[in-house]
Design a binder for this molecule. Structure first.
Ligand code: ADP
Length: 509
C-alpha cells in the first residue's frame, strides 16, 4: 500500500513503508494554496535503509544485460505516454506550470526514457588502434554502483528520468530524493517503477527535505550523486563530494542567462524569443533569461514591443489553456522575487513594467491564495556591476541592457556573470552568430530561438557556476559509469608501446 491513513509513504527495497520518522509534510497547489496530499518526511535512517537496499541489489542488477534492464524502462515509457493528459494535469496542479508545460514535462520524461532504453541496443565504447599490430585496444564501461539522485520541483517528472533512466539502464541502482514541493509527482513516478516490476532495491525513493538529500550525499556507499537545483546547494555538494576519493557528483545548477539582440536581428523573432525565454514557467527554469542585451540601433523598437508583451501576457490558472504564466512555486519564492524587484528599484534602474502586484481582476476566482506575481521589466546600465543584473532571481524579472559597439561588446556583456548555462543570439548575420557561438560562455546556445526548450538527446549542462562539467540527459552516462581501457595481446611475444624495451636483462647478460 502506497498510503497509510491517507499519508503517502516511502518506497524502499520494493516496499511502501512509513519509515522511521514521525513527521509528515504537505504538498500544495501553488495556484490555489490548497493542500494536495500528505507525505511521510524521510529521515537519515530511511536514507540509510534505502542505500543499503540499493547496495544489496547492485550485484544482480548489474549482471543483467543492458537490453534486459531497459525492458523495465519500456513499460514506464508506455505508461507515461498512455497517461499523458492525466499526468500533465498533476504536474500543473502541483508545480503551477501552465498546462502545455505540464504535459511537455511528461513528454520530456518519456523522451528521456526512450533515449536511455533505446541506447541499450546501441554500440558501447570505442575500438582504439594500438601502436602494436598484435594488440587489440578498446574501451569498456561499468556501472559505478549506487547513484543518489536529488531533483528539483520545476520539472518534477522529466528531471528524475534524466537522472534515473540512464543510471538504471547502465546497471546502477538508485536512491532518489525528490523535491519537497512536488511529492505527488514523485509518488506517481515511484508507482510506475512498482508497476513495471523493477526488482526490489534497484529503485528506492525517500520523500523529504534537504536533510534527507544531505544524508544521500554523505553516505559513503553512494558512489555517484546526481543533483539538479540551486547553485547554492549544488556548489556545497560538489565541493563536499570532490574531497572524497572515488566518489563523484554531477551538479546542474542555475543561470543568469542572456539573449543578445543585434542590429541585424529580425525583431519579430527577437521579441518572440525574449518573451518565451523570460516568462515561460514564470521565469522559473534554470535556463530562463533575465538579461536582454540589445543593440542601440534596434533598442527603442525592441523595448516598445517587449514591454507591450510584458504588460499583456496572461497570468492565471495553469489549467486554463489561455494562460501563459502560472503562479510562482511557493510563498517564500514570491518574497524572494519581490526582494529582487525592490533591490532593482534601490539600485536605481529605470522600471518599465511592474506587475509584481497583480490587479484583483487578473486573479481567477478561487485562486486568491495562489502565489502570484507578474512580469517586472527594467532598463539598466549594461556595464555597471549591479546585483539585480548579475544574480539569479528565478522569476519574471528582466533587465534590458543596451550596447552600442560590435558583437564582441555584446558577448562581453553577455559573459559578465558568474553563470554560464544557456544563451541565445538573434541576428540575420551569420558572422555575428558564429562569433557569438565561438565566444559565448554557455553550455546551451541557440541562434534565432528562445534559450529554453532543450531536447534530451543533446547534452544539457553549464559552465562556470552553472555546472561542474558532467552534463545531464544523455551525457549523464559519463557520471554513472567508469571506463576501462582494455588491451589484449594476440601474440605470445610481449611488445610494448613507445619503444619501451620488453627485454628482461639479467646479471649474466
Ligand atoms: P530550488 O531552489 O530549485 O528549490 P534547491 O537546491 O533548494 O533548489 O533544491 C533542489 C533539491 O535539493 C531538492 O530536492 C532539495 O530538497 C534538495 N536539497 C536542498 N538542500 C540540500 C542539501 N543541503 N543537500 C542535499 N540536497 C538538498
Amino acid at each position: 500500500m502506497s498510503r497509510d491513513d491517507d499519508v503517502y509513504r516511502q518506497y524502499i527495497d520494493g516496499e511502501w513503508t512509513d519509515g522511521t520518522g514521525e513527521e509528515t509534510f504537505h504538498s500544495e497547489n501553488p495556484a490555489t494554496g490548497e493542500r494536495i496530499g500528505e507525505f511521510r518526511r524521510g529521515t537519515e535512517a530511511d536514507v540509510d535503509r534505502a542505500v543499503a537496499a540499493a547496495e544489496a541489489a547492485f550485484e544482480e542488477w548489474s549482471a543483467l544485460s543492458h537490453v534486459d534492464r531497459a525492458e523495465y524502462l519500456w513499460d514506464i515509457y508506455h505508461e507515461l505516454k498512455q497517461r499523458h493528459e492525466e499526468l500533465g494535469e498533476i504536474v500543473s496542479k502541483e508545480c503551477g506550470k501552465e498546462i502545455s508545460e505540464g504535459k511537455a514535462d511528461v513528454t520530456e520524461a518519456w523522451h528521456m526514457v526512450e533515449w536511455a532504453a533505446g541506447d541499450a541496443r546501441h554500440p558501447k565504447g570505442d575500438v582504439v588502434p594500438s601502436e602494436i599490430p598484435s594488440k587489440d585496444a578498446y574501451m569498456r564501461r561499468r556501472p559505478r554502483g549506487v547513484v543518489g539522485c536529488i531533483t528539483p520541483w520545476n520539472f518534477p517528472v522529466a528531471i528524475p528520468f534524466w537522472h534515473m533512466a540512464v543510471a538504471l539502464v547502465e546497471g546502477n541502482t538508485v536512491v532518489w530524493k525528490p523535491a519537497e514541493q512536488t511529492p505527488w509527482c514523485a509518488q506517481v513516478v515511484a508507482e510506475m517503477f512498482e508497476d513495471a516490476g523493477i526488482p526490489d532495491g534497484v529503485f528506492n525513493m525517500v520523500q523529504g527535505y534537504g536533510d534527507a538529500g544531505s544524508a544521500v550525499v554523505e553516505d559513503d556507499r553512494v558512489d555517484t550523486v546526481l543533483f539538479t537545483g540551486s547553485a547554492e546547494v549544488g556548489q556545497g555538494i560538489a565541493s563536499k563530494v570532490g574531497g572524497e576519493p572515488g566518489k563523484l557528483a554531477a551538479c546542474e545548477m542555475g543561470g543568469k542567462n542572456g539573449i543578445v539582440i543585434t542590429e541585424e536581428a529580425d525583431l519579430d523573432v527577437a521579441v518572440h524569443s525574449a518573451v518565451m525565454s523570460s516568462f515561460k514557467t514564470t521565469g522559473q527554469r534554470c535556463v530562463s533569461s533575465e538579461r536582454l542585451i540589445v543593440h542601440e540601433e534596434v533598442y527603442d523598437e525592441f523595448k516598445q514591443r517587449f514591454v507591450a508583451n510584458a504588460e499583456r501576457v496572461a497570468v492565471g490558472d495553469p489549467l486554463d489553456e489561455d494562460t501563459f504564466m502560472g503562479p510562482l512555486i511557493e510563498a517564500e519564492h514570491v518574497e524572494k522575487v519581490s526582494r529582487y524587484n525592490q533591490l532593482a528599484r534601490d539600485e536605481g534602474v529605470n522600471v518599465l513594467v511592474d506587475r509584481e502586484e497583480l490587479e484583483p481582476e487578473e486573479i481567477p476566482e478561487g485562486h486568491e491564495d495562489g502565489h502570484w506575481v507578474g512580469p517586472f521589466v527594467y532598463e539598466a546600465d549594461a556595464h555597471e556591476n549591479l546585483r539585480c543584473t548579475h544574480e539569479e532571481v528565478f522569476g519574471p524579472h528582466v533587465a534590458l541592457l543596451k550596447y552600442g559597439g560590435d558583437i564582441d561588446e555584446a558577448v562581453e556583456i553577455h559573459n559578465d556573470t558568474d553563470y554560464g548555462l544557456a544563451g541565445a543570439i538573434i541576428s540575420e548575420d551569420y558572422r555575428q552568430i558564429n562569433r557569438y557561438r565561438d565566444t559565448a560562455e554557455v553550455g546551451l546556445a541557440y541562434g534565432n530561438l528562445p534559450c529554453i526548450g532543450a531536447e534530451v538527446q543533446l547534452p544539457f549542462g553549464g559552465v562556470k557556476k552553472s555546472g561542474n562539467g558532467y552534463p545531464s540527459a544523455r551525457e549523464v552516462i559519463e557520471a554513472v559509469t567508469e571506463r576501462t581501457a582494455w588491451t589484449l595481446n594476440n601474440s605470445t611475444e610481449i611488445e610494448m608501446a613507445q619503444g619501451l624495451s620488453a627485454d628482461i636483462k639479467t646479471r649474466e647478460d
